[in-house]
Design a protein around this ligand. Structure first.
Ligand SMILES: NC(=O)c1ccc[n+]([C@@H]2O[C@H](COP(=O)([O-])OP(=O)(O)OC[C@H]3O[C@@H](n4cnc5c(N)ncnc54)[C@H](O)[C@@H]3O)[C@@H](O)[C@H]2O)c1
Length: 345
């Protein structure tokens, strides 16, 4: 088993990665709690043993379950179970479960400890690590939430074998992103090693910029971009998801977004053909799409990208590759964004 540490002073925590790692949950449960509220979904089907008096609370599947009413139901269930401030919440599932369980833990009794057992590839390399929790509103995704770091995260690669193939591929889209954030030879690594390397990279970014404040200041290219770098490939991906009429999982949309970001960077003279080809190679090694879905309208996509929640200044904002690596680039001309979209049709 591999162990990675997320270094955040007194809020530091271990991430255990490996086949069967869920059986080590008891070893990372902190001292003090008598009860554990296990939050999961029926479809997850992963049993965990905390060594405490535990009760399981199931939330529904899908993005709709990331709602204030799920959080209220959970908190009422926790109260009925007699969960106290000293006790523990355990999220067992993908990003939907860990986002909702994490947020419920952040607000129940003004904050109880939470541990996550991430059961999707996307959850293991991204959603369960870093303390972002939250739910959606009808007005938009992740609009209500809190930074609430877990006390431990378990990434059991054994449970990934029951994931629907499309969910697994969706995780590979995020993995492709890590290849460009700096994990070398990622497609060649065996699964446990690949997950651990991605976790290491996310942990180092989160440790340096826990609350994503590093990229808020500045104009043009910002070299100290911190946690915002995790949005590489996501500006177009979010636009494709917001338009909503395409049959794309999140990681598939990210894959198209990565290829797009590379081509945009080339158009702006920031990188050469070889680096663009490298993006295409990694995305195709993971059998992910690199073209816009049929019928996608570049004008509509650019309009949506202009409203992306990561935009904090004027103009279009992207994370782009360049001579000094990835950085947040503001004020990208609409014309460049449009012409590059046309290349991907
Ligand atoms: N907090 C963060 O930093 C962060 C980062 C990235 C994504 N997210 C959020 O994560 C969510 C997406 O997460 P996801 O891609 O893991 O999807 P998901 O949580 O919806 O899980 C996908 C499906 O797989 C099922 N499932 C989970 N584990 C399984 C297993 N081992 N075997 C069989 N089925 C299993 C789930 O029940 C669900 O139906 C989004 O809401 C996104 O906003 C959060």
């Amino acid at each position: 088993m591999k162990q990675v540490r997320v270094d955040l002073g007194e809020r530091s925590y271990p991430v255990l990665v490996g086949h069967g790692a869920r059986h080590s949950l008891g070893s990372v449960v902190p001292a003090g709690p008598k009860k554990a509220a296990v939050v999961t979904q029926e479809a997850v089907g992963v049993l965990v043993e905390t060594g405490l008096e535990q009760r399981t609370f199931c939330i529904a599947g899908g993005e709709e379950a990331k709602s204030m009413s799920s959080v209220e139901d959970l908190c009422r269930g926790f109260a009925g179970f007699g969960l106290t401030r000293a006790d523990l919440v355990v999220g067992v599932g993908g990003g939907v479960v860990t986002d909702v369980a994490g947020f419920a833990a952040a607000v129940y009794h003004r904050g109880v400890r939470v541990a996550h057992v991430a059961t999707t590839l996307l959850g293991q390399i991204d959603a369960a690590i870093g303390g972002k929790t939250g739910v959606n509103l009808p007005e938009g995704k992740n609009l209500v939430g809190a930074f609430w770091q877990p006390v431990a995260v378990i990434c059991d690669t054994e449970v990934l074998s029951s994931l629907p193939p499309r969910e697994y591929r969706s995780g590979l889209g995020e993995m492709a992103k890590y290849a460009f954030l700096g994990v070398p030879d990622l497609p060649e690594l065996e699964l446990d090693e690949a997950v651990a390397r991605c976790v290491e990279l996310k942990a180092s970014i989160v440790s340096a910029d826990e609350r994503e404040t590093a990229s808020l200041a500045g104009q043009g290219a910002t070299s100290d971009s911190g946690r915002a770098l995790l949005n590489y490939g996501h500006t177009l991906a979010h636009a494709l998801e917001t338009v909503g009429q395409y049959d794309l999982r999140h990681g598939e949309a990210v894959a198209v977004g990565l290829v797009y970001a590379a081509r945009l960077a080339r158009r702006l003279g920031r990188i050469g053909d070889d680096r663009v080809e490298q993006h295409a190679r990694v995305v195709s090694a993971y059998d992910l799409p690199s073209r816009l879905p049929a019928g996608a309208d570049p004008v509509e996509l650019v309009a949506v990208m202009g409203r992306d929640k990561k935009v904090t200044g004027g103009g279009l904002t992207f994370v782009l590759d360049g001579p000094s690596g990835l950085e947040v680039v503001r004020g990208v001309a609409v014309e460049a964004a449009l012409s590059t979209l046309a290349e991907l049709k």
